[in-house]
Design a protein around this ligand. Structure first.
Ligand SMILES: *Cc1c(COP(=O)(O)O)cnc(C)c1O
Length: 364
């Protein structure tokens, strides 16, 4: 499939962004020498001067983007590094949507940050819900697309844990005329391939990934956006100059050099996902464990809110998602270490036994 209408992202940008004269940092002018141009202080308590933390970080994350480029097979100019994918979500909305006027499309039930970021920026959301079986409804999205600038799709989706069909996403890419953001936070846990190779075919595709999930580094806050060179260059102009701090850049580089360990951990999580899923399916209070392409399970149970509170009293905290569309009586359970998963399964059994003995009919 190829784009039906030619896509010119610049015409979708807010005029103030198109005309922006970006901030120039001292390091844009000179990179070496006796650097007395950025008001940095050579002395810092508790830190060795040699660590370089007295200096501002690389505003362009060049080393990190070079490594990501090797790993993903994508040129560094097509890669944006951000303070979590949440920063990329916010940036894209701010770059394209005029507050009070422009709109985005979201597909509930899905990740909550798309709506929160839109709300913060005064941008309205058009809801095109997933079908009750959590598949995408491309016709509905295409009907709404003329009234929107951006479409957020999440695959595998949070909280439903399923992947979205690539065919359906390609329909939207080729026919919507919108910028389509595909959030792949959980892609490494999935059997489905990443859409990254499609960024060269679809100029209106942005793919988001993160080190927070499969790489186990939620604490350092590193998210990535991949897309056409021109679009990424605008993201680089609009972002705060030092959006990824020096410790994060270094830690990310260290982690990204340990691909072997990464694969090992991934295998362990996938094995545990299977084990926990099978154990849950055998429990009487569990109605359905949704098939998962992520590192969590969406589990349909009897009386989810009671179970949620019962588990919390035993010190096991899961996420109640029963208030989300099509997720009645659902809990979202993250796959942890084998010991944590055992604790979850034990607590589930104990809570369900208490419930069973409470509800036993009294014989008189
Ligand atoms: C966890 C998650 C993220 C990660 O966001 P970061 O800001 O990179 O930590 C992004 N999208 C979805 C759907 C998520 O569930």
């Amino acid at each position: 499939m190829s784009p039906i209408q030619p896509f010119n992202f610049e015409s979708l940008l807010r005029p103030s962004i198109r005309e922006l004269k970006p901030y120039r940092s001292a390091r844009d002018d000179f990179k070496s020498g006796i650097l007395l141009d950025a008001n940095e202080n050579p002395y810092s308590p508790g830190v060795e001067q040699a660590s370089g933390l007295n200096r501002y970080p690389d505003p362009h994350c060049d080393a990190l983007r070079a490594r990501l480029s090797e790993l993903k097979g994508i040129s560094p100019e097509q890669i944006f590094a951000g303070n979590g994918s949440d920063e990329a979500i916010d940036l894209l909305i701010r770059m394209f949507c005029e507050p009070g006027r422009d709109r985005i499309i979201i597909t509930p039930p899905t990740y909550g940050m798309y709506r929160v970021s839109a709300d913060i920026n005064g941008v309205a959301c058009i809801e095109c819900p997933l079908n009750p079986d959590f598949t995408l409804n491309p016709e509905r999205i295409l009907d709404a697309a003329p009234g929107a600038k951006l479409i957020f799709l999440c695959s595998p989706n949070n909280p439903t844990s399923n992947r979205i069909s690539t065919d359906a996403i390609e329909q939207i890419l080729s026919k919507s005329g919108c910028l389509v953001v595909v959030d792949e936070a959980y892609i490494d846990f999935s059997e489905e391939k990443s859409l990254l190779p499609l960024i060269d075919r679809y100029p209106n595709l942005v793919v988001l990934q993160t080190l927070s999930k499969a790489w186990g580094l939620a604490g350092i806050r590193l998210g990535m956006a991949f897309g056409a060179v021109g679009l990424i260059s605008y993201m680089m102009r609009v972002k705060p100059p030092y959006n990824v701090n020096a410790l994060t850049q270094q830690t990310a580089l260290d982690a990204l050099s340990s691909e072997g360990k990464f694969r090992e951990h991934l295998t362990l999580i996938l094995r545990e996902r299977e084990r926990v899923s099978e154990a849950l399916k055998k429990m009487r209070i569990v109605k359905h464990v949704h098939p998962s392409d992520a590192n969590f399970l969406l589990v349909n149970v009897e009386n989810a809110l009671d179970l949620y509170h019962g588990l919390a009293r035993k010190g096991v905290i899961v996420r109640y998602r029963g208030d989300q569309l099509h997720c009645n009586n659902c809990l979202r359970i993250t796959i942890g270490t084998p010991a944590e998963n055992d604790a979850l399964l034990l607590a589930m059994r104990e809570v369900s036994e208490i419930k069973a003995s409470n509800s036993k009919p009294t014989i008189s």
